[in-house]
Write a protein that binds this ligand. Structure first.
Ligand code: PLP
Length: 425
């Protein structure tokens, strides 16, 4: 009996598609999803007891690896004193102080419970602050599933071939303008035409939701310059890149400071936490100070904040990001070598602890280039690796993640499996 399959069949009866978030369903690679029971460090075990090396890490949050003893202890200790108050706690202050200290653009910050809430709220504040309606996003970037942002989105939306969703009124979508990523000319033209009507531009400063795409040729610097010139709020959506590509996020890495930043994933250490913050004058627009309403019954939940705080404390260890980058680089370099050895059209790259695998001869820099990569080969590679106990994201449009628990033994085992997989292709 295959317990994973059995659980999935039963889930289909009670949960739409059998899953609580679409990309988990394996639709784009075929087959049935794995049901996990346990994780420890870099490893996972499924319901059949099979072991895997995990390169998803819950899509980023588990940067320390699974079940880190210090994080588990912090959660247990706080839980003893109740799970929620719906009133302020000292932990939230500590978290806010830490985010202000570590993220260059953040002067004030508010906690929410997901990345979706963070981006949705940031956009509302930006609109309230500027008194303008129009927002700009980039093709293939994913900013959560709020109506205004489900237009030409990436990630699961892209995986299912419908980057824009049904159920989003045209009246809402018409205020969202989209531009190609890494296209300086299109960006300048947009601002020349309607720059003074743009409330905000939201962008993944390194894109992790159409595989991995890196900003080119001063693209972010140009964006910063234009937003300043036209009085539009620049929002870096660092839900994925925050505390993942560097301690201060992509803004630190590229030395481009946005007006607002959204965070999620790593800052909850595996529990639901999101945050949005930025310039004080913008954040002061929020209720109860200002006219922009935003709220949450479980926002700043003490247990979630304890997991996040402990995670953020541990990743400040000296050389943490150097080590994480170096192990991730060794993974992508050795995978590339293994593929070349078998003559497979493949390349890979990483930024800090996130990476992209591409079945194409050069790393893509645009949405169109990503769409042109060989998805059939990805599918085969994915299943060949999964069968050998290596768990990559079940879609050619998702980035991969390495944790601080991954070591050279994990990489050696991965390469051994990849040698076989590339030979089979
Ligand atoms: C994951 C993600 C989101 C959405 O966060 P959720 O917690 O899934 O709502 C938003 N933006 C980016 C860049 C993300 O990677």
């Amino acid at each position: 009996m295959n317990k994973n399959h059995d659980l999935f069949e039963r889930s289909l009866e009670f949960i739409p598609g059998g899953v609580n978030s679409p990309v988990r369903a394996f639709n784009s690679v075929g087959g049935k999803p794995i049901f996990f029971k346990k994780g420890k460090g870099s490893r996972l075990w499924d319901e059949n007891g099979k072991e895997y090396i995990d390169y998803i890490n819950s899509w980023g949050p588990m940067i320390l690896g699974h079940a880190h003893p210090d994080v588990i202890r912090a959660v247990q200790e706080v839980s003893e004193n109740s799970l929620s108050f719906g009133a302020p706690t000292a932990g939230e202050l500590q978290m806010a102080e830490l985010l202000v200290k570590l993220v260059p653009s953040i002067e004030q910050v508010r906690l929410v419970s997901s990345g979706t809430e963070a981006t949705m709220s940031a956009i509302r504040v930006a609109r309230g602050f500027t008194g303008r309606d129009k927002i700009v996003k980039f093709e293939g970037c994913y900013h959560g599933h709020a109506d205004a942002l489900l237009v030409k989105a990436g990630s699961g939306a892209l995986t299912f071939g419908k980057p824009s969703s049904a159920g989003v009124p045209e009246d809402v979508a018409k205020h969202t303008m989209t531009l190609p990523y890494n296209d300086n000319e299109a960006l300048e033209e947009m601002f020349r035409k309607v720059g003074d009507r743009i409330a905000c531009v939201i962008i993944e400063p390194v894109v992790g939701n159409m595989n991995l795409i890196v900003p080119q040729d001063d693209f972010l610097k140009l964006l910063r310059k234009l937003c300043t010139e036209f009085g539009a709020v620049l929002i870096f959506d660092e839900v994925m890149t925050g505390f993942r590509v560097a301690l201060g996020g992509a803004q630190e890495l590229f030395s481009v400071i946005p007006d607002m930043t959204t965070l999620g994933k790593v800052i909850g250490g595996g529990l639901p936490v999101g945050a949005f913050g930025g310039k004080k004058e913008i954040m002061q627009q929020l209720a109860p100070m200002g006219p922009v309403y935003q709220a949450g019954t479980l926002s700043g939940n003490p247990v979630a904040v304890a997991a996040g705080l402990k995670t953020l404390q541990l990743i400040q260890a000296p050389q943490f990001f150097e080590k994480l980058s170096s192990i991730t680089s060794s993974l992508v370099e050795r995978l590339t070598d293994a593929a070349q050895h078998e003559g497979i059209n493949f390349c890979a790259r990483n930024v800090g602890g996130m990476f992209g695998l591409y079945f194409s001869d050069t790393p893509p820099n645009t949405f169109d280039e990503i769409m042109a990569s060989d998805r059939e080969n990805f599918k085969k590679f994915f299943h060949l690796m999964l069968a050998q106990g290596v768990y990559f994201g079940p879609s050619a449009f998702e980035a991969g993640f390495v944790s601080a628990s991954h070591d050279s033994k994990d990489i050696d085992e991965t390469i051994l499996a990849a040698n076989y997989a590339f030979k089979e292709l």
